[in-house]
Design a protein around this ligand. Sequence first.
Ligand SMILES: [Zn+2]
Length: 462
Amino acid sequence: MANASLDPPDVPAAEDLPVATSGQAAGAGAALTAESEVVDLCRDLLRFESVNRGNGDGHERPIAEFVAEKLAEVGLEPVLLESAPGRTSVVTRLAGSDPSRSPLLIHGHLDVVPADPTDWRVHPFAGEELDGCLWGRGAIDMKDMDAMTLAVVRDMARSGRRPPRDLVVAFVADEEAGGTLGARWLVDNHPDHFADCTEAISEVGGFSYTVSDDLRLYLIETAEKGIAWMKLTVAGRAGHGSMLSEDNAVTKLCEAVARLGRHQFPIVVTPTVRVFLDSIGEALGIELDAGDIESTIAKLGPIARMVGATIRNTVNPTQLAAGHKVNVIPGEATAYVDGRYLPGQEEEFLRQVDELLGPEVRREWVVNDQALETGFDGPLVEAMASALRAEDPAARAVPYMLSGGTDAKSFSRLGIRCFGFSPLLLPPDLDFAGMFHGVDERVPVDALRFGVRVLDRFLASS
Ligand SMILES: [Zn+2]
């Protein structure tokens, strides 16, 4: 513990928290099932404005207390863990029937990115249901999975059904700012809760991509690119804007940033992407041309932008700053760039970045977090695939790489194999990828119920 005042003792929520008073109170338990309450739970979660603005500005305490209350209501013993005032995570454990098996971790973040109500069709924190969907910030990132997890775990606890393995369930703060006050803090300060977990499931995987009426691919996340957020600084000679200047920091920085931003890094196909491209090529009847992977990817339609970012390292310049007056040459100019590297590519990526930047640019880390890749094999993967098939005979599970990052980066530090598996059967015309951090984020209520059935089967059989 770094600071006692910022790090209150663990709160044994089972004793301390009030008994739920909502319409789904414990006494009505007999009629409740995971499927019957998942939509209500998701709506309740969406109504918490658990917005994370970054730089430590977030507050998950109210939603964490709500989640803890829902867990305590069915006899579980949630623990609230707080990294800083208001930055609260919840962890609980559901005992499995076979204590010799290692536990499975299910983790979901409780925070969301901001949303401007004026842009939205409905208020982003009203939890409204419209056109068969629940609308709201977090509907697919990731209060949907939080609700599904809560619903299934509550159902198991209420009915006394035991999964084969212990389930460690973590609802965490601060994912949207990199997890410093959430998953990463838990891993660094409370690893005991997760120490014996060998595998984990969480967000951005398990959703459907419709190929035809009788074939839907379900993309399971087995890999993530690494994050390389960098600050670039160039020094030059300050002076009057009217005079000759051979050593202008702004000019030099802009040249370096432009070189980096325009650079196309070479194609590297990792094992995950290879299997994904083969599977999708086969499903779509597209011949995969190893010599021209880009034009194959271009044929994939709406997911081409996402898949395209998983065959190479990338850098996008995102922020620039220099000067304070139009006729004053500043002595320094800075830029921020968002770099992402493939698994196994960190060293080579940085070598190329430094070559492009040249000797005059100072490069510093804002965030550097590892890339991940695990195999698409083993009993857990089989359990995912067969749970999907049982609920959707047209399902075919395929692995894919996420171009972004999740809390999996933190939990994998404990040696946990992390998967993105938040099962959703989506309508073919829904722009799923576009809704992450987007306007009018929503989740079909039928997809939530489907997800609960798949998750229940998966947890009961894995
Ligand atoms: Zn998320």
